[in-house]
Every structure is written in structure tokens, then in C-alpha cells.
Design a protein around this ligand. Sequence first.
Ligand code: HEM
Ligand code: HEM
Length: 80
Amino acid sequence: MKNTNVYLLAKKIHRLLVVFILITGLVMTSTGLCLYSGNYLSFDPMIIRTLHHQLSVVFTFILGMMGITGFYLFLFPYFR
Ligand code: HEM
Ligand code: HEM
């Protein structure tokens, strides 16, 4: 019974983090493509690079949290 509450909490966190991984993922992809192509679309190249660099830590943290909660969601059916 207690495990079910942990499962539901993990599911809630996992679902909330989806929004943040998508936002950071889209910014990482667009700035990453700018860096790759060398086309900065009239933005300051240094701002694009700094944004890509700083956001990479946030992105990795969110992905790690999704990994932890997602792994619990995956294992849950087996240890009930
Ligand atoms: C489709 C997505 C991405 C593309 C196309 C992309 C592309 C690039 C390119 C072209 C560079 C410059 C590399 C160089 O020539 O020195 C770069 C740097 C970097 N990328 Fe990405 N990247 C992407 C996603 C990510 C993600 C998901 C992360 C981390 C979680 C990341 C972390 C970094 C870091 C830390 C740098 C070094 C930044 C700096 O020079 O200060 N990138 N990326
Ligand atoms: C990084 C490792 C990840 C693992 C191991 C993982 C694992 C899982 C598992 C096992 C489920 C099924 C949960 C259930 O039993 O109902 C799930 C659900 C889901 N995951 Fe992940 N996931 C990960 C990352 C992500 C990412 C990056 C996204 C989105 C960009 C994502 C989006 C979703 C969504 C939308 C659901 C459905 C949630 C729900 O119906 O409440 N996951 N994940």
C-alpha cells in the first residue's frame, strides 16, 4: 500500500519533469544547431554558446531525475 504512494509520487514528478526536459531540450537543440552550423541568426554567438553551456547542466540534472523516477516506475510492477 505504501509502495503505491511512492509509485504515484514518482509518476507525478516524472510527468512534471516532462515539461522541463522538453523546454530545456528544445533550447539545447536550437542553440546546439546554431553552434554546429555557425549561423547565429543575428544573436550574439557568445550568448548562444554560454546559454548552451550553462543549460547543459540543468538539462543533465533533469534527465537524471527522469532516469531515477522512470527507473522506479519501470521496476514497480516487479517488486510488488
Ligand atoms: C541536438 C542537440 C545538440 C547539438 C546539435 C549540439 C551541438 C554542439 C556544438 C556544435 C557544440 C560546439 C562544439 C565545438 O565545436 O567546440 C556544442 C558544445 C557543447 N555542448 Fe552541445 N549540442 C547539443 C546538445 C547538447 C546537450 C544535450 C548537452 C548536454 C547535456 C550539450 C552540452 C554541450 C557543452 C557543455 C558544450 C560546450 C560548450 C562550450 O563550448 O562552452 N549539448 N554542442
Ligand atoms: C531517462 C530515463 C527514463 C526512464 C527510465 C523512463 C521510464 C518510464 C517508465 C517506466 C514509464 C512508465 C510509467 C508507468 O508505469 O506508468 C514512463 C512514463 C512516461 N515517461 Fe518516462 N522515462 C525516462 C525519461 C523520459 C523522458 C526524457 C520523457 C519525456 C521527454 C519521458 C516521458 C514520459 C511520459 C510522458 C510518461 C507517461 C507518464 C504517465 O502516463 O503518467 N520519460 N517513463
